[in-house]
Design a protein around this ligand. Structure first.
Ligand SMILES: [Zn+2]
Length: 254
């Protein structure tokens, strides 16, 4: 009896130790960084600097997918910065700040628009070309997939998804661009039904994608139990610094 009790106690202690070892990952989702604009998709360089300053002061480590995602252990306070859509002026505005704070960022590229403009947007803006993507400082930026045509994956057929991913990857290969095996769902969109989502995830896997990012505004436990459902915290230019810090501290309550 004593032995069994001891075993249970040891089990609880072991579980406690193991749980303590599990990490947490915060992923921030940015879109645009513009000097003369501030809205739910756009922060100013001043706001980005305040965010980086806060994260640094709070002891966060800026991680990248390439550096850490294959590891079992993450730094204690890990944060992944992501920028969707590869807007030309955004990366120009963000780069000096990211460099200054020794931060890393993942840029998700909708490849049909590279070197053109964001035609899916109401106000379309220039997107980096293949050459500009190649010239990005790889000590700061890594690239990821953001579909080819920027369509909501919850509203298109599996055949469409397959073809779209094929073109997305082909662009990187044709232009000799390195990318991490990660995908950000345009609009955070996935099929609503679980069975359809599983089918879609199988397609993503078939194309070598290991991680996929949605929105969700939550913290991810590490190691990731649902690597195709990684949650990102939606960072908005309309938020005050207080609201930003609240989102970082209590992401599920935003
Ligand atoms: Zn997008």
């Amino acid at each position: 009896m004593v032995l069994i009790g001891g075993g249970i106690l040891f089990g609880i202690f072991f579980t406690f130790l193991f749980c303590k070892k599990q990490g947490k990952l915060r992923v921030l989702m940015y879109h645009k960084v513009e000097t003369r604009q501030q809205d739910f998709l756009t922060v100013t360089p001043g706001q980005l600097e305040e965010h980086l300053n806060y994260l640094q002061k709070e002891g966060f480590t800026f991680v990248s997918i390439a550096q850490y995602f294959s590891h079992r252990v993450l730094p204690k306070k890990a944060v992944l910065l992501t920028f969707d859509d590869a807007y030309l002026s955004t990366l120009g505005n963000a780069y000096p700040l990211l460099k200054q704070y020794d931060a890393r960022a993942t840029v998700f590229v909708p490849t049909a628009y590279a070197g053109k403009t964001s035609l899916w947007d109401i106000k379309s803006e220039p997107i980096l070309s293949a050459e500009q993507l190649r010239n990005l400082d790889s000590t700061v930026f890594e690239l990821g997939l953001h579909s080819h045509t920027h369509r909501h994956y919850g509203t298109v057929s599996n055949e469409f998804i397959q073809e779209d991913l094929q073109k997305n990857i082909q662009f990187f290969e044709d232009n000799h661009l390195l990318y991490s095996s990660a995908f950000a769902y345009p609009y955070g969109g996935r099929p609503k039904k679980r069975a359809d989502r599983i089918k879609m995830q199988r397609i993503l896997s078939r194309y070598g994608i290991k991680y996929a990012f949605r929105i969700g505004n939550g913290i991810n436990r590490w190691p990731l139990s649902r690597p195709f459902e990684i949650q990102r915290i939606d960072i908005r230019g309309t938020d005050s610094l207080e609201e930003f810090t609240h989102k970082i501290k209590y992401p599920n309550k935003v």
